[in-house]
Ligand binder design. Structure first.
Ligand code: C2O
Ligand code: CU
Ligand code: CU
Length: 432
């Protein structure tokens, strides 16, 4: 804590090395360590203050993905930290409990910086969620899982060449969870909550267990669902998060996998973009006796409620050609539009390409109203800040802009497939 009562976090962005393959070192970047960064945790209403020191020899930034906060604290391309510079954002946590994350956002180089290892989780807590009997013991029955893929070259270094015939960039054939290859987890409780983050630069995951057992989706990007939804598959595109609860039997071993998924590609392009891949994510090894003290409550979070709201403006966004939104590429000097604080807008977002995109908006959580005119599938019915866009499909998103205004400093919206974002599939808006 500092004298203002804020909780202070020191973040040191650094380069390093980790021994991943046969004990041979891979060069990496990380926050407060050689690879990835610490889980940050703070409670709604709490004041947080950061000292972010850039120990790299190039500029970078730290963006708080999913966070509702003033644009000057957002950590986008306008808040780059120079080598050896310090950035000191501070704000009051002002949203429901959720699994968020942080990562760099320098103009044109986000994919490179994330791939090298700059990313971490940011867990928001609140009183309502603390009062529930959900699994919530960190690292025991409440487990963060930063899921990423990597390619390695012959020298055991991360290979950042785009994959052959891929429209999405780098698709790795090896999975890392929280920076570990071949990860496993020792299960000691019947119910385990997994906070899944797709921290990959381009890969879509279609999560499911090796025996196809059902599990419960309890939270999407913006927080807990009103009621759990049972499923045996869950797709997450880059940047999306989900919290799931799975039940284990004593003594069993079970693998979380990513299964083939339909990304809407024509012909063999699906295969070149990972659509046929079956990948082991993590092995779960259950003890012979499992503690059984938690449950999934009947009611948890609040449902998005913007379907009936008064709409102040409608806008349309068409993503096309790898690097454009509405025919333009990102220009940090161009602010695309302004929205009014305190109003609700509907954004109609269309993927006009024949390949996958997704759509992320800073500062807000939105409600997916429709997908091509239909009610969205259950996995898209909670609060979202990033949504997968299937080819040739339209999504209507409703969002409220609240609390913070700044006529000069914008927030971003963009595709979170990072090679597309870095190529310019991004725009900027201000809240007035
Ligand atoms: Cu996760 Cu604009 O980023
Ligand atoms: Cu973001
Ligand atoms: Cu894209």
């Amino acid at each position: 804590q500092d004298s203002s009562g804020a909780r202070v976090f020191n973040l040191e962005i650094q380069s390093g090395k980790i021994a991943l393959k046969d004990g041979r070192e891979t060069e990496t970047w990380g926050v407060n360590g050689p690879f990835l960064g610490p889980t940050i945790r703070a409670k709604r209403g709490e004041e947080v203050a950061f000292a972010v020191h850039n120990g790299l020899d190039e500029g970078t930034s730290i963006h708080w993905h999913g966070m509702h906060l003033p644009s000057v604290m957002d950590g986008g391309p306008h808040q780059e930290v120079e080598p050896d510079g310090v950035w000191a954002p501070q704000w009051t946590m002002n949203q429901p409990a959720a699994t968020l994350w942080y990562h760099p956002h320098p103009h044109g180089r986000t994919g490179n910086h994330v791939y090298r290892g700059l990313a971490g989780m940011f867990i928001v807590d609140d009183d309502e969620s603390a009062g529930l009997n959900l699994p919530s013991e960190y690292g025991v029955d409440d487990v963060p899982m930063i899921v990423q893929d990597r390619k390695f070259n012959g020298d055991n270094q991360f290979d950042d060449n785009a994959s052959f015939m891929s429209m999405q960039g780098i698709l790795g054939d090896e999975i890392m969870v929280n920076g570990t290859l071949g990860p496993y987890f020792d299960v000691t409780t019947r119910l385990v909550r997994l906070r899944l983050l797709n921290g990959s630069v381009s890969r879509l995951y279609n999560f499911g267990f090796s025996d196809d057992r059902p599990f419960s989706l309890i939270a999407t990007d913006g927080g807990l669902l009103p009621t759990a939804w049972e499923t045996d598959r869950l797709q997450l595109s880059p940047g999306e998060r989900a919290e799931i609860v799975v039940a284990f039997e004593p003594g069993e071993t079970l693998t979380l996998r990513s299964n083939p998924a339909d990304e809407g590609y024509e012909g063999p392009l699906g295969r070149f973009n990972g659509g046929d891949d079956l990948l082991d994510i993590c092995e779960f090894r259950a003890a012979d006796t499992l503690a059984d003290t938690t449950e999934i409550p009947e009611t948890m979070g609040t449902a998005p409620d913007l379907a009936e709201a008064e709409i102040a403006a409608e806008r349309s966004f068409s993503l096309s050609g790898f690097n454009q939104i509405n025919g333009e590429s990102m220009d940090p000097m161009r602010i695309d539009f302004g929205v009014r604080e305190g109003t609700v807008e509907v954004w109609e977002v269309e993927n006009a390409d024949g390949f996958m995109h997704n759509f992320h908006v800073h500062d807000v959580q939105y409600q997916v109203l429709t997908v091509d005119g239909e009610e969205p599938p259950p996995r898209l019915r909670g609060w979202k800040d990033t949504v997968q866009l299937n080819p040739q499909t339209k999504y209507r998103l409703a969002m409220r802009f609240a609390d913070y205004t700044d006529p000069n400093l914008p927030y971003m919206y963009h595709c979170h497939i990072l090679v597309h974002e870095d190529s310019g599939m991004m725009g900027q808006f201000v809240v007035l």
